[in-house]
Design a protein around this ligand. Structure first.
Ligand code: SF4
Length: 478
């Protein structure tokens, strides 16, 4: 059966896994990729994005050029509206093509997505097994009754529950990097991989919170070290990457697994890498092991220094003392690190944000990534917003990430400048009118570019300039 995957924005590991299993089962698959320049949450610009990207109808035409029998979409809340618009045009131009939506947003709101007349199926939960079964059934003309694949019959939505979780991740074939390596070879400079799925924590703002509600039993599942190493050995041969990015939402967990894995990694892969950590999971021993195995960047979420709010609203139990200890360990380890911070959390005061600024000035991370608190569907933050706003979110109408008119905008702008200006200047600028400008370019893009040019940007951030270089090349070649 001819399958076309429509993807946008960035490398999508979920899609690579689905592709691997479909190809293994003998299906023909191609991808249509929309780069979404200037619409990526970093270099956002309304005019430039309309200039350099195709619209929904043009993307639908590209899909139809591949003559699909079924089109797959993998959507998040941020992209669902754009993806639905493409699906609308596909169906309008050829009513015989099946449309399937998967990804976190359709998983959490299947009825809402299926209510669109042009959507035929929604995959609820992990898709490797269920999507593969669906395509098999469609190709053989067998009636569809697959756990996790919702559909419509005589206008009625048929709920088939949630797909089974893949307990043994070693069973799944390696992610099919081929779908991206041909069209965006830049992605392969830094090899993205996951060693596990799920998370033992339950932060109220995170998709894992919603998935835990959906699945009930939902913890961290890990691939065996042997399986991960086998994929990386292959990756080294095929793509010769400069570094590895462990995309796990939480990599530094389970010391026993880490010890086994890092030892093999050091001996057989020995590429520099980047990974993620949680404040209460760091120790001197782990950091030493990481450093000796090639770890060059760690990403860690602090989110807020208001301990009460962090516990009550974000459902994060670590203390400020643990956060301070983790940052101290990181600072002393010599491994570069980035901090994640959430703004606009109800109950967080200007004094809390000032304290955070002082802590970050002391810790000297390579970068601070700050984002406005976003209320995604079915997370633990539903009670904080009214019905109207919730409906907007469920329809993919999220508030802008820009922090406009915020009383703490000077502090957040200084977060952006910490990596390039001395402490004294940062303290001097606090509260000054000049620093209250609302400019992503001055306070986010300019410092990030400097970090990139001086080799201080994390591996995940280094991909962006390469990506935009594509645009320059495209224009030039035109
Ligand atoms: S630790 Fe990270 S991945 Fe895990 S629930 Fe919290 S925010 Fe989500």
């Amino acid at each position: 059966m001819k399958v076309v995957f429509f993807l946008r924005g960035f490398e999508n590991l979920g899609a690579e896994y689905i592709s691997a299993i479909l190809k293994k089962n003998g299906h023909e698959l191609s991808i249509v990729f929309s780069e979404d320049f200037f619409d990526d949450g970093i270099f956002d610009n309304f005019y430039l994005k309309n200039c350099f990207n195709m619209n929904a109808k043009q993307n639908a035409e590209r899909i139809l050029n591949d003559s699909p029998e079924i089109v797959l979409f993998s959507s998040m809340t941020d992209t669902i509206r754009k993806d639905l618009a493409v699906a609308f045009w596909v169906k309008r131009m050829n009513n015989n093509i099946n449309i399937l939506f998967g990804g976190i947003h359709p998983t959490l709101l299947p009825e809402r997505v299926l209510n669109y007349s042009f959507v035929d199926f929604v995959c609820v939960g992990e898709g490797e097994k269920s999507v593969s079964k669906l395509i098999y059934s469609l190709s053989k003309g067998i009636p569809i009754n697959i756990k996790g694949i919702w559909y419509k019959q005589n206008g009625k939505i048929i709920n088939t529950g949630v797909s089974d979780i893949v307990e043994n991740l070693d069973e799944i074939p390696f992610a099919d990097k081929g779908i991206f390596s041909e069209i965006v070879p830049e992605f392969m400079h830094y090899y993205r991989i996951i060693t596990g799925r799920g998370c033992p924590y339950n932060c109220a703002f995170c998709a894992h919170f919603s998935l835990r509600k959906l699945y009930g039993k939902y913890g961290l599942r890990r691939r065996s070290p042997k399986n991960v190493i086998a994929e990386l050995k292959l990756a080294k041969k095929k793509f010769n990457p400069k570094a590895v990015i462990f995309e796990d939402d939480l990599f530094l967990y389970d010391e026993e697994w880490l010890i086994k894995f890092l030892q093999e990694y050091r001996e057989k892969i020995s590429l520099p890498f980047q990974c993620t950590a949680y404040p209460s999971c760091l120790s001197e021993n782990i950091l030493n092991m990481l450093k000796n195995s090639g770890c060059r960047f760690i990403e860690i979420g602090v989110q807020t220094l208001n301990e009460k709010v962090r516990k009550k609203i974000l459902n994060r139990k670590e203390t400020n003392h643990e956060i301070f200890t983790s940052l101290k360990l990181l600072k002393n380890s010599g491994i570069k690190f980035n901090i994640f911070h959430i703004t606009d959390i109800p109950g967080v005061l200007r004094d809390d944000e000032k304290k955070a600024l002082e802590l970050y000035l002391w810790a000297k991370p390579s970068a601070i990534h700050y984002v406005r608190l976003t209320y995604y569907p079915n997370t633990g933050m539903r009670y904080l917003i009214d019905e109207k706003e919730y409906v907007n979110i469920c329809d993919g109408r999220l508030k802008s990430y820009e922090i406009i008119g915020d009383e703490n905008i000077d502090i957040y702008n200084l977060f952006g400048l910490i990596c390039i200006l001395p402490k004294k200047i940062i303290r001097f600028l606090l509260g000054k009118k000049l620093i209250r400008l609302n400019s992503n370019y001055i306070f986010k893009i300019f410092p990030s570019t400097l970090c990139f040019l001086t080799g201080r940007a994390s591996y995940s951030m280094r991909i962006y300039p390469l990506y935009y270089l594509r645009l320059v090349k495209k224009l030039f070649l035109k």
